[in-house]
Design a protein around this ligand. Structure first.
Ligand SMILES: NC(=O)C1=CN([C@@H]2O[C@H](COP(=O)(O)OP(=O)(O)OC[C@H]3O[C@@H](n4cnc5c(N)ncnc54)[C@H](O)[C@@H]3O)[C@@H](O)[C@H]2O)C=CC1
Ligand SMILES: CC(=O)C(C)=O
Length: 261
C-alpha cells in the first residue's frame, strides 16, 4: 500500500515496536513524527535518519505521553513541520511485573497515566487536529493479548490494556460521524526491551533462570517463533491505510496464534 503526502505520528517510536511501525509507515509513503521521552533522543534521531534514507520526511518530538499538553504540542508540531496530519499511533507504554497483592497506589497511577491516559489524550489531540484540517483520520492504539485475557503477575498491565480496548470501542462509535476510525493492535510476545524487563522481573519472582520465562511463553505460540516489531507494523500499516477504511472499533490480535476469538 502506498499513500501520498500523508503524515503520521507514532509515540514511543525511539525503539521496539514503535520504531518498527514508524519505519513501516515511512515505507508506505507517510512522513513520520517520532514522539518519545527526551532521554530517547539519540535513538529517535537514528530512526529519523533511517526514514530520511528511504526518502521520507521525519522529525523527533520530545513528549511524555502521560501529559496531555505534551501530546497536543507534539501533534501541533508534526502538523506544522510535516505539512498535515492523518494518523496517530498511540504506541508508547510500560509494563509492570508485580503480584496483585503487592501493587501500590503509585504503581496503578503510573501505569494508567502512561498506558491509558495517553490513549485518551492521543485520541483528543488527533481528533481536534483532523477537525481543524477539515478531514477525517485514523487513530490506532497499542493493546495486547493482555487486553483480551488477564495475565498473572501482569495484573495492572492487563487492566490498563483492557481499558485501551474499552476506549477504542467507545471512541470508534463517537468519532465515526467525523470520518475518523479508531482501532487497536494486540501483539503477543514481541522481542523488545519490554520483554527483557518482563523476563528479568519474572525470574526474580519465580526463580527461573534468565530467559526461561520468555522461552516458555514463546513455546505457547502456534506459529512457533517469537514475534518481531515488523509483524506488528504490518497490521498497523493496514489500519493506517485505505484498505481498512470500513474497519473501526476493532482490537486485532497479532500474536502468531496464542489467543482465539
Ligand atoms: N513487547 C511486547 O511483547 C508487547 C508490547 N505491547 C505494547 O506495545 C507497545 C510498545 O511496546 P515495546 O516496543 O515492546 O516496548 P519498549 O519498552 O521496547 O518501548 C517503549 C517505548 O515507549 C517509550 N515510552 C515509555 N514511556 C513513555 C512516556 N511516558 N512518554 C513517551 N514515550 C514513552 C519508551 O521510551 C520506548 O521508546 C506498548 O504499549 C506495549 O504495552 C503489547 C503486547 C506485547
Ligand atoms: C508485554 C505484553 O503485552 C505481554 C502480554 O506479554
Amino acid at each position: 500500500m502506498t499513500v501520498q503526502n500523508k503524515v503520521a505520528l507514532v509515540t514511543g517510536a525511539g525503539q521496539g515496536i514503535g520504531r518498527g511501525i514508524a519505519l513501516r509507515l515511512a515505507q508506505d509513503g507517510f512522513d513520520v513524527a517520532i514522539a518519545d521521552l527526551d532521554f530517547q533522543k539519540d535513538k529517535a534521531d537514528s530512526v529519523v535518519a533511517e526514514i530520511e534514507a528511504i526518502g521520507r520526511k521525519a522529525i523527533f518530538v520530545a513528549a511524555d505521553v502521560s501529559q496531555r499538553k505534551d501530546i497536543v504540542a507534539a501533534v501541533d508540531t508534526a502538523a506544522k513541520e510535516l505539512g498535515g496530519f492523518d494518523v496517530i499511533v498511540n504506541n508508547a507504554g510500560i509494563a509492570q511485573v508485580k503480584p496483585i497483592l503487592d501493587i501500590t497506589e503509585d504503581d496503578l497511577n503510573s501505569i494508567f497515566r502512561i498506558n491509558v491516559h495517553s490513549v485518551v489524550w492521543g485520541i483528543q489531540a488527533a481528533a481536534a487536529k483532523f477537525e481543524e484540517l477539515g478531514h477525517g483520520g485514523k487513530i490506532i492504539s497499542a493493546a495486547s493479548i493482555a487486553a483480551i485475557q488477564g495475565f498473572p503477575i501482569l495484573g495492572a498491565y492487563s487492566a490498563s490494556k483492557f481499558a485501551v480496548r474499552g476506549i477504542t470501542q467507545a471512541a470508534a462509535q463517537e468519532l465515526a460521524p467525523k470520518g475518523i476510525t479508531v482501532n487497536a493492535y494486540a501483539p503477543g510476545i514481541v522481542g523488545t526491551g519490554m520483554w527483557e524487563l518482563i523476563d528479568a522481573e519474572l525470574s526474580k519472582i519465580n526463580g527461573k533462570p534468565l530467559g526461561q520465562n520468555l522461552k516458555e511463553n514463546v513455546e505457547g505460540i502456534a506459529l512457533g517463533r517469537i514475534e518481531t516489531p515488523d509483524d506488528v507494523a504490518r497490521v498497523v500499516s493496514f489500519f493506517a491505510g485505505h484498505d481498512s477504511d470500513y474497519v473501526t472499533g476493532q482490537v486485532l490480535l497479532v500474536d502468531g496464534g496464542m489467543l482465539y476469538n
